[in-house]
Design a protein. Structure first.
Length: 142
C-alpha cells in the first residue's frame, strides 16, 4: 500500500507508522505504539545485561624478595580467583638494583605460576615491562 494510506490508517488507530526494513523492496513498515515498543526494548536490554557474565581481571603483585609464606598466601588468592572464573594478571615488581637481575625475577615468576594447582591456561605469555614482568592467566574451561 502507499505510504499515504498507511499513515491514514495509523492516524485512525492513534498509533505510529514505523519503518522496520528500509532496504527491502518495497520497504516494510508496521503500525504500532512506538513508545511502548521502545519501553519493551529497553526492558529486554536490561534483562540481557543482568544475565551477562562479567569476567574481571584480578591482579596479584609479588616482589623480587617476597618470602615463601607470603607467596603461599598469594597463591591461595590466585587459586580462589581462578575457581571463581576470573582472569589473573600476576606481576613481579622490580625496584632499583633488582632490575639488574631480570633473569632471576623471570624465574621467580615462572616458579610462582608453577605452584598454582588449579588448572589454568596462559592467556598472555610472560612479558617484560619497565618495572618488571607480568603474565595473564585464565581458568581452564571444561
Amino acid at each position: 500500500m502507499t505510504p499515504f494510506d498507511a499513515l491514514q490508517i495509523a492516524k485512525q488507530q492513534e498509533l505510529d507508522l514505523v519503518e522496520i526494513a528500509p532496504r527491502a523492496l518495497p520497504p516494510v513498515c508496521k503500525i504500532m505504539d512506538y513508545g511502548k515498543y521502545q519501553y519493551q526494548q529497553s526492558k529486554q536490554d536490561r534483562v540481557n545485561k543482568a544475565k551477562q557474565k562479567t569476567i574481571d581481571v584480578k591482579g596479584i603483585r609479588i616482589g623480587f624478595r617476597t618470602d615463601t609464606h607470603d607467596l603461599e598466601v598469594k597463591r591461595d588468592m590466585a587459586e580462589k580467583f581462578l575457581k571463581k572464573g576470573h582472569k589473573i594478571k600476576i606481576e613481579i615488581f622490580l625496584r632499583g638494583r633488582e632490575k639488574a637481575h631480570q633473569d632471576l625475577a623471570r624465574k621467580n615468576l615462572e616458579n610462582f605460576v608453577k605452584t598454582i594447582s588449579v588448572p589454568f591456561k596462559p592467556e598472555q605469555e610472560i612479558k617484560k615491562y619497565p618495572s618488571g614482568f607480568n603474565i595473564v592467566i585464565a581458568p581452564e574451561t571444561v
